[in-house]
Design a protein around this ligand. Structure first.
Ligand code: ZN
Length: 222
């Protein structure tokens, strides 16, 4: 049976890798590597796993890790921007860092800050740090987030990128049972192209996408 790609919805997906626990497919169109739904863990197991791996807001090592997204984003943001930290987890350290830099942050996390009102307003920027690899429905969730961005707004993502089939088989990142979507550079370039967005890759795992300017109404001929 062919499995539909959870990011671009094409049926053109093929076997990519199998390990002791699950199977991985790759989309021919957007190159997303994904775990088919039959191999997803339950919500209860997912939550238990997150609670075991809780990061502290004040942990200097974790802050250093997040600064690789926070610093380049702050360089690009106007002072006092308004943003959303999507999938902030139980200890929203990235939001704390961006707030200290003078920006205002709303929080949303399916398990820990389930405030749907935060997804009803538009933002100057949205961050998703170590989030997209967990998404069961990346097409819908990423489209929803993109819709919440103003013109010229930034979307800052942290996720490890797929490099090659050989590296994938040895990769610690796939051993986390809650990681079900693995993006590559090609995937982000495809996704950005579909939205006429610009995309920048910083280091191994930071992706910055910028929404286009506001559409100006063409002047009517006199
Ligand atoms: Zn796809």
């Amino acid at each position: 049976m062919t499995e539909c790609c959870p990011l671009c919805a094409t049926q053109s997906t093929a076997f990519f890798h199998r390990d002791r626990h699950r199977e991985y497919l790759r989309c021919e169109q957007c190159k997303l590597v994904f775990v088919p739904p039959k191999d997803h863990v339950s919500s209860a197991a997912e939550l238990a796993y997150y609670l075991q791996h809780e990061n502290q807001v004040s942990d200097p090592g974790y802050r250093r890790f997040l600064s690789r997204l926070a610093d380049p984003l702050c360089e690009r943001l106007a002072p006092c921007s308004v943003g959303l930290d999507f999938g902030c987890g139980p200890g929203p350290a990235l939001a704390a860092m961006l707030t200290e830099a003078g920006h205002s942050l709303a929080l949303y996390d399916y398990y820990f800050f389930n405030e749907p009102a935060a997804l009803q307003v538009n933002y100057d920027f949205i961050t998703a740090s170590e989030v997209v690899e967990h998404l069961h429905r990346p097409k819908d969730v990423l489209a929803m987030l993109w819709d919440r961005l103003q013109p010229d707004a930034w979307f800052g993502v942290m996720t490890r990128l797929v490099l090659s089939k050989e590296a994938f088989a040895q990769w610690h990142y796939i051993r986390d049972p809650t990681h079900v979507c693995f993006f590559s550079r090609e995937t982000w370039i495809w996704w950005a192209d579909c939205r006429h967005a610009t995309v920048e890759f910083l280091g191994a795992d930071v992706i910055l996408l910028k929404k286009g300017p506001a559409k100006t109404e063409s002047r009517k001929p006199v």
